[in-house]
Design a protein around this ligand. Sequence first.
Ligand SMILES: Nc1ncnc2c1ncn2[C@@H]1O[C@H](COP(=O)(O)OP(=O)(O)OP(=O)(O)O)[C@@H](O)[C@H]1O
Ligand SMILES: [Mg+2]
Length: 276
Amino acid sequence: MTSDIPSKVEEPTEQELSESIISVSHVDKVYGQESRDPIRALEDINLNIRKNEFVSLIGPSGCGKTTLLKCVGDIIEPTTGKISIDGQPATTARHQNLIAFFFQEDVLLPWRSVMGNVQLPLEIQGKNTDDPAMREQTQEVIETVGLQGFENSRPQELSGGMRQRVALARGFVYNPTIFLMDEPFAALDELTRRKMNQELLRIHEEIRKTTLFVTHHIPEAVWLSDRVVILSPRPGKVSEIVDIELERPRNEETRHQEAFTEYEEYLTKTVMEFEE
Ligand SMILES: Nc1ncnc2c1ncn2[C@@H]1O[C@H](COP(=O)(O)OP(=O)(O)OP(=O)(O)O)[C@@H](O)[C@H]1O
Ligand SMILES: [Mg+2]
């Protein structure tokens, strides 16, 4: 590794622990534990994420990135170890609607308009979406993601990038504390992805959310993240954590900085070595 790229995998300090909002401690995940061929997907994962921090998870295919995200989001349970969110178990955090999960596919309801899709989480929570204050809140979120004027459009009338904006708006609308994003822009072409990255940077400046973001796209990880966690091949272990010390707010200029290229090359080289 180059000497000026700080990276570490150490026991967290007391201060790091007290500042962390997501705390993953000694997490293992074995799929099909009772079967003849159990699959060990994660091994002894330790990770502490601070409030408002943007952290990306990268690593070779099958190294357990989605598995880790699902454990944090309480979609599946770790086999051993502990996950806490804001000092409580992940299950409690999920029940309190503190977590929003974004998938690679946008999973919008095709028969509902943009407005109807964005309102869905509020309806599930039993909120009255006809209430003027609630409508105003939804409208604000639609504007934040740049979809004003498309409130009545159906998903099939939108481009891939616009559909992902609807998915983002649906995540923002109930004001969760934590965003878990699993390759949300993987299905988009390069230019649309770049636009969505810009959009996410802007939104992150505006309404900071603690974000755990899975990607295979290394420039995206560098551009967006405060730290990048590299997982080693299965069973996934934290191999390195790289601090991305690029100034915020970040913009197109950031991508032309020498340090940006250095991070990009270092991370690419590290992940490629795993795939050899
Ligand atoms: N429900 C499941 N049952 C059994 N094995 C699973 C299950 N889900 C994932 N696995 C296995 O666990 C390992 C990690 O999978 P995971 O989907 O977390 O990897 P990933 O890093 O997200 O990969 P990719 O980059 O391809 O999305 C893989 O070997 C996968 O086959
Ligand atoms: Mg995955």
